[in-house]
Design a protein around this ligand. Structure first.
Ligand code: ADP
Length: 160
């Protein structure tokens, strides 16, 4: 059984993230969406809230949602996962992701990182962009799964 991990901050999940998770399900037997809680980013949603939002969006029974605050490769070892799936957006993602993939491989040689190219219409989509649009009272519905549009509005919309 091939187990893959889709790691990230998911603060909150976007259609870009969801697309990568769904495509990973087409390739692997089990996909763990892993909310990394050790990110240096200031998050808007707590880890538990982010997990809840992901569970509202993801339908496949191949998917498990979990969290971890240690090294990704240690989580992989402990959960028999041998693949890390990352979405690659415009060239800006490449340097960082390539470095991460090499470090993870050197820490745990059994691990492979698989890059899936972002869909054209998700190429410039990020959680930060969604939060900014929401704060400025713009329409976020083209960018996030419909199940969580209201949750994001309730938390992020501005006062203006
Ligand atoms: P962000 O960079 O938006 O804060 P995360 O850290 O949660 O997102 O990213 C988790 C994973 O999802 C990373 O592999 C990232 O490349 C991927 N990802 C993020 N946004 C998109 C997108 N719009 N399309 C494809 N993959 C994406």
């Amino acid at each position: 059984m091939k187990i893959a991990i889709c790691p990230g901050s998911f603060d909150p999940m976007t259609l870009g993230h969801l697309d990568i998770v769904e495509r990973a399900c087409e390739i692997f037997d089990k996909v763990i969406v892993l909310v990394m809680s050790n990110s240096s980013k200031n998050s808007v949603f707590t880890v538990d809230e982010r997990i809840e939002l992901i569970r509202k969006c993801v339908k496949s029974d191949k998917v498990e949602v979990d969290t971890y605050n240690g090294l990704l490769v240690d989580y992989a070892k402990n959960n028999n996962a041998t693949v890390i799936v990352k979405g690659l957006r415009a060239v800006s993602d490449f340097d960082y992701e390539f470095q991460q993939a090499l470090i993870n491989k050197s820490l745990y040689p059994r691990i492979e990182t698989v890059f899936l190219p972002a869909r054209g219409d998700n190429m410039f989509l990020s959680s930060s962009m969604v939060k900014e649009i929401c704060r400025l009272n713009g329409d976020i519905s083209p960018y996030v799964p419909k199940e969580i549009v209201n949750d994001i509005y309730l938390r992020c919309k501005g006062d203006n």
